[in-house]
Design a protein around this ligand. Structure first.
Ligand SMILES: CCCCCCCC/C=C\CCCCCCCC(=O)SCCNC(=O)CCNC(=O)[C@H](O)C(C)(C)COP(=O)(O)OP(=O)(O)OC[C@H]1O[C@@H](n2cnc3c(N)ncnc32)[C@H](O)[C@@H]1OP(=O)(O)O
Length: 200
């Protein structure tokens, strides 16, 4: 195997390399307990304006961590009365995505691996918790759990992830023009996206 063409498992490892560093909370990150707000109103995970969405509300935690709650609705079923695994993974993905904002970094999911430990019935509140464990260049290593029966209840789902830092251009260049134009015409959206580009 040549070094220029590594196996995909090397590129997508969920284990931080030895020279990875600890994540740094941005000095302007909101205080623990503060709701982070949606990064995009039509986001499937967090958008208030997305009728088909999960409507997840993440709150800043200590360090580089967040908590969130997600209520499983009948529309989220896989088997009768049970949450679909892909929906639970989406909830984990969204929670892990939001934690990057505490570092004032815009990032997208590169790899996400979910363990499903217990079935999650409809009407269950999934108590989510995500934190960044390490950073290596543009790669952000993070982990999340979803508990049932309360914030200290048993873990039903968990995930490890690598997010990759991107610029706002990632969205402008790749998103469908209709939505990009609408987002760029929305001053609040532009402010939110651009604010994080100037790091101290
Ligand atoms: C006014 C404008 C309006 C816009 C405003 C928008 C604001 C939005 C704000 C916030 C959004 C947050 C959204 C959260 C939503 C929840 C999270 C999601 O579901 S995100 C969707 C799913 N994910 C994707 O769609 C990624 C698709 N993939 C890609 O686009 C590329 O593959 C990308 C960007 C991930 C990497 O491509 P490269 O060309 O930039 O970079 P390379 O050189 O390949 O990789 C850089 C480093 O990362 C590693 N890497 C790349 N892919 C990896 C992977 N899959 N696993 C592990 N490492 C990976 C590489 O090995 C490399 O590491 P080494 O620097 O060499 O050490």
């Amino acid at each position: 195997m040549s070094a220029a063409n590594p196996p995909s498992s090397a590129k997508t490892s969920l284990v931080p390399p030895p020279d990875a560093v600890a994540p740094v909370r941005h000095p302007d990150a909101p205080a623990p307990g503060t709701p982070l707000g949606a990064h995009y109103d039509l986001c499937f995970g967090c958008g208030g304006g997305q009728p088909h969405g999960l409507h997840l509300v993440a709150r800043a935690g200590e360090g580089v961590s967040v908590t969130a709650e997600f209520t499983v609705k009948p529309a989220h079923q896989g088997a009768p009365g049970l949450a679909h695994g892909g929906v639970l993974t989406s909830a984990l993905d969204e929670t892990l995505g939001s934690v990057n904002w505490l570092m004032h970094v815009i990032a997208v999911t590169g790899r996400l691996e979910t363990d499903f430990l217990r079935p999650v019935p409809v009407d269950t509140v999934l108590h989510l918790d995500a934190r960044v464990t390490a950073v290596h260049g543009r790669k952000i290593y993070s982990t999340a759990t979803g508990r049932i029966g309360g914030p200290d209840g048993p873990v039903a789902v968990r995930a490890d992830a690598v997010f990759i830092e991107v610029k706002v251009e990632h969205f402008i260049e790749n998103g469908r023009q209709e939505e990009i134009r609408a987002a760029m015409d929305d001053p609040d959206q532009v402010r939110r996206a651009r604010a994080f580009e100037v790091n101290p």
